[in-house]
Design a binder for this molecule. Structure first.
Ligand SMILES: NC(=O)c1ccc[n+]([C@@H]2O[C@H](COP(=O)([O-])OP(=O)(O)OC[C@H]3O[C@@H](n4cnc5c(N)ncnc54)[C@H](O)[C@@H]3O)[C@@H](O)[C@H]2O)c1
Length: 261
């Protein structure tokens, strides 16, 4: 008999039309959750739903841009209309610039605003809508996807690292504010994970082969992570296995941030 750790739960996962979000949506559905798949790109989101349903799971697609207040509000209403509640919110959307010109001098105000909106404000907007529902429903689990760059950044990645550093502190602040309502808010730090976004940024580097091998040498685990490795961390934070874990940032990075390697 398999134990389904998310039986009876409804999970909303932003950006689950690709990469880590898709792997997490598939795993959550396998563990019994009804999954609200969100993405900006309809094709990717619908493909995630198709993969879940083909495996016998339950999911539906909700298109929204997490940077847009009205679209976020509408989506949350639609998810509740479809599934009745939201027990798990995984704020997974995020992105960085593909070249190394994300610096104070080089970034236009528009680029700075976009990266902060995408990586930080989106989580604020989603949480603003979902937390009151969780309070009414007696609790929930919120997972915010941070990054190693919030702790040790690369050259030319300032707005991304700054936004994710803010997200780390938003996570801890939300823990303090909502723990009394039985809401747990934790962060998840993926290591170097082979997703479409990651592959694209490697390809955009001046010497992709060298970029990949020098990165690999820094990872104690001796391999890059797959989206499924990160999804297992999200499952732990979403399920009652982590029922006393709150305000924590979980590193699933193969030892990348343990020190120089
Ligand atoms: N891949 C890595 O190595 C890595 C490392 C650390 C952190 N992360 C973080 O993990 C998360 C997922 O990254 P990934 O590598 O799986 O990326 P990905 O690009 O493969 O997937 C992200 C998905 O989000 C969607 N999306 C983008 N903007 C959106 C918006 N405004 N509204 C709704 N959907 C939107 C995209 O269409 C895409 O389907 C991000 O927060 C990223 O910063 C990734």
């Amino acid at each position: 008999m398999t134990m389904e750790r998310l039986q009876g739960k409804v999970a909303l996962i932003t950006g689950s039309g690709s990469g880590i979000g898709r792997a997490t949506a598939i795993l959550f559905a396998k563990e019994g959750a009804q999954v609200a798949v969100n993405d900006l790109v309809e094709e990717g989101g619908r493909e995630t739903v198709r993969l879940i349903q083909a495996a016998g799971g339950q999911a539906d697609f909700f298109r929204a841009n997490v940077m847009n207040t009205d679209e976020v509000k509408r989506m949350v209403q639609q998810v509740v209309g479809r599934f009745g509640k939201i027990d798990i919110l995984h704020n997974n959307v995020g992105g960085w610039q593909r070249d190394q010109h994300d610096t104070v001098v080089d970034d236009t105000e528009e680029e700075w605003n976009r990266l902060i909106n995408l990586n930080l404000r989106g989580t604020f907007l989603l949480s603003k809508e979902v937390v009151p529902l969780m309070i009414k429903g007696g609790g929930g689990s919120i997972i915010n996807t941070v990054t190693t760059n919030a702790y040790m950044n690369y050259v030319g990645n300032h707005a991304y690292g700054t936004a994710k550093g803010g997200l780390r502190e938003l996570t801890r602040a939300m823990c303090l504010d909502y723990a009394r309502y039985n809401i747990r808010v934790n962060g998840l730090v993926p290591g170097e994970t082979r997703t479409p976004q990651w592959e694209a940024s490697m390809k955009a580097s001046p010497n992709p082969e060298e970029a990949i091998s020098s990165l690999l040498r820094k990872i104690p685990a001796g391999r890059f992570s797959q989206p499924e490795d990160i999804a297992l961390g999200a499952l732990f934070l979403a399920s009652d296995d982590s029922r006393y874990v709150n305000g924590h940032i979980l590193f699933v990075d193969g030892g990348l941030t343990a020190g120089f390697y």
